[in-house]
Design a protein around this ligand. Structure first.
Ligand code: ADP
Ligand code: GN1
Ligand code: MG
Length: 399
């Protein structure tokens, strides 16, 4: 709620900025903060429905969608989260998907000598037995044990850490290789329908509700010059059998062991649905092979990190990937960079109603960042192809 209230206020703020003075802006920001504080207060009350002792409940992490809190309870820690109700319209479906997928992974970890408490998330019941609790704003809350001695990284890290993150994402997909995908609800219809994402951008540009289009016409044109990426990606995905996919394989969605710096657990399972595996590989490249943060104005695709992610992912999963999947991995990377850029620009034009933002140009900066990453990937395309073919050849043999 804090995010959507803040972003709604940014939009109102923008309109007011055009014709009014700064005093009103401050009042509106304070209003947003007050409503945000209500969610923080609700977090304490909700935590008490799960735990007998709650020492503190503190905002945690940098996710763009949900509200996350670290809960301290005597000598134990927990992660309390509120699903964003304007993004997840069927939180019941989200929770069912997570319960099924984590249950499946736990059974396989137990059977193969893995650690079911550390290598996947565990949904905890409230004191009255409910697995999730809805607040009066329609937000659904759930609690996980905090996986001890781990951390998540926001920006690109060493090649060995990227390789380990990729292996962890690959292992996640491998553990779900035999999951009956028809048991997964489609919680976010069209999530990786890049063609539809482009259509939404076109609509946002036409409507131009915040009067921002003129100032970003060049950026918009750069995305519209590349709609072939969206069409090709959707065509190829249409020919690939769906798997249980994560759909949000960014670096901060994997936890690393603080001692070994090895990736141990894939988190943020809200987007797990049926999908095309090349988007999971692709989103991982987008996030883990970028030399700088998604929030910086420029971006470079680091060929060493690209190679590290590809090695880790294919080592873990390459053995079960089909020829069609293997030969479309690079397309997945181009498509995910493109898709995220299109989504950030759309949100900028619509007045920052989806992603949490820290400043009025945040989404535009992110869109420019993705465009820079895409241009750099295009310039390095031949090199990336060679690297990827070499890795596929050495891991999976002649395919
Ligand atoms: P969002 O959907 O908002 O991105 P995430 O589920 O990714 O939220 O969680 C946000 C951050 O919280 C993660 O990047 C990670 O740092 C931390 N986190 C989430 N779940 C756990 C957990 N079970 N144990 C330890 N840290 C966690
Ligand atoms: C969001 O929730 P978070 O921050 O892990 C978004 C992803 C984007 C990502 C870009 C449900 O992920 O699709 O790729 O931001 N999640 C949703 O950083 O829209
Ligand atoms: Mg996350």
């Amino acid at each position: 709620m804090k995010g959507s209230v803040n972003t709604l206020c940014h939009c109102v703020l923008q309109a007011i900025l055009n014709c009014c003075n700064m005093t009103i802006c401050v009042i509106i920001i304070n209003m947003a903060n007050t409503l945000g504080n209500k969610v923080d207060m609700a977090a304490q009350e909700i935590a008490a429905l799960y735990l007998e002792h709650v020492d503190s409940t503190l905002p945690f992490g940098t996710g763009h969608i949900n509200d996350t809190y670290l809960v301290n309870s005597r000598d134990e820690k927990f992660i309390l989260q509120r699903l964003n109700p304007s993004v997840f319209r069927r939180p019941d479906y989200v929770m069912e998907n997570i319960a099924r997928v984590t249950g499946h992974i736990k059974r396989k970890l137990i059977a193969t000598g893995g650690d079911p408490q550390r290598e996947t998330l565990t949904l905890l019941p409230a004191r009255d037995g409910r697995i999730c609790i809805m607040d009066e704003g329609g937000g659904v809350w759930r609690l996980y044990p905090y996986i001890e001695n781990t951390c998540a990284y926001e920006n690109s890290v060493s090649p060995s850490a990227v390789e380990s993150a990729a292996e962890c994402f690959g292992r996640f997909a491998l553990l779900l290789d035999d999951f009956p995908t028809e048991k997964l609800h489609t919680t976010l219809p069209g999530f990786h329908n890049t063609v539809e994402r482009v259509e939404t951008l076109e609509r946002a540009a036409r409507q131009d509700v915040c009067d921002r289009f003129e100032s970003v016409r060049n950026v918009y044109d750069s995305f519209m010059d590349r709609t072939h990426i969206a069409r090709e990606f959707c065509r190829v995905c249409g020919d690939i059998a769906p798997r249980a996919t994560h759909n949000d394989t960014k670096l901060s969605n994997v936890l690393f062991d603080k001692e070994t710096d090895k990736a141990v657990c894939v988190i943020d399972l809200d987007t797990v649905m049926q999908g095309c595996i090349i988007s999971d590989y692709g989103d991982g490249i987008r996030s883990c092979a970028a030399a700088s943060s998604e929030d910086s104005g420029t971006a470079v695709l680091d060929a060493g990190l690209f190679s590290a992610f590809s090695r880790g992912y294919i080592r873990a999963l390459g053995g079960v990937l089909t020829q069609a999947e293997l030969s479309s991995l690079l397309l997945g990377a181009f498509a995910m960079i493109y898709e995220n850029g299109v989504r950030f620009l759309t949100d900028y034009l619509m007045g920052d109603i989806y992603f949490k933002v820290n400043n009025p140009k945040h989404n535009l900066t992110r869109a420019l960042n993705q465009l820079g990453l895409l241009c750099d990937a295009e310039a390095k395309q031949d090199e990336l192809k060679l690297v990827l073919h070499g890795i596929i050849f050495s891991s999976c043999g002649m395919r």
